[in-house]
Design a protein around this ligand. Structure first.
Ligand code: G6P
Length: 208
């Protein structure tokens, strides 16, 4: 969802960056690639390691809660349905018309809130979010659960992913994976697109 269907990845980045600055260091976009698709608790561990800091679990929980408060502040003030990426709605509508099953597989605990706010819930048969999984991507749990909920064999699923860890999760689950973003970064994807404006049912059937 984040960074694939909607431009919310930037708000995660802004909130994490703001947090690191209160801790006396900073993160850049290159480091942020490691945070994409990764659960909040794993992100905090990666960030503290990057800054050379050690914190107790209680302190980490406080930091993660602060990040989430800032993330929600950005979401509540800045997000509207216009944040859904170009081409996404057209493609989802075609999939629905043709009877394809669709699911969101997100590490985010905020996924249900965002989906509601963006008005895209109606396009999905299932939503698997960060509250429903215990193993972070690259573990395939999130996608396998989605496949199970929509009743589709993993080998017959196509995952769209913008995160390195997410591409690995899809491949670990035995699924075809289309990277949304740079092929240089998403090296393990079966194919990459820059935007859903490049995607159609015909194209999908040619590729997968
Ligand atoms: C998504 C995003 C990550 C984010 C994670 C957890 O996978 O790509 O950047 O850290 O969700 O999000 P949450 O909203 O639960 O903190």
């Amino acid at each position: 969802m984040d960074g694939v269907l909607v431009s919310t990845e930037i708000y995660h980045f802004k909130a994490w960056k703001r947090l690191t600055e209160t801790l006396g260091f900073s993160i850049d976009e290159k480091f942020n690639e490691n945070l994409k698709g990764v659960s909040r608790s794993v992100c905090i561990d990666l960030i503290l390691k990057h800054g050379g800091l050690e914190k107790t679990q209680e302190e980490k929980d406080v930091l993660a809660a602060q990040k989430n408060e800032w993330f929600l502040e950005y979401v509540n003030t800045e997000i509207t349905p216009s944040n859904v990426y170009p081409g996404v709605i057209n493609f989802l509508e075609t999939l629905k018309q043709k009877g394809y099953k669709t699911a969101i597989g997100s590490a985010s605990k905020n996924a249900p809130l965002l989906v509601e706010k963006l008005g895209i819930k109606k396009y999905f048969d299932a939503i698997v979010d960060g509250n429903m999984i215990t193993k972070a991507k690259p573990n395939p749990e999130v996608f396998l659960k989605g496949a199970e909920l929509i009743g589709v064999n993993p080998q017959n699923c196509v995952v769209f992913e913008d995160a390195i860890s997410g591409v690995e999760a899809a491949k670990n689950g035995g699924m075809f994976c289309i990277g949304v973003g740079s092929a240089e970064i998403l090296k393990k994807a079966d194919f990459c697109i820059n935007s859903f404006t490049q995607m159609s049912l015909e194209r999908l059937n040619e590729l997968a």
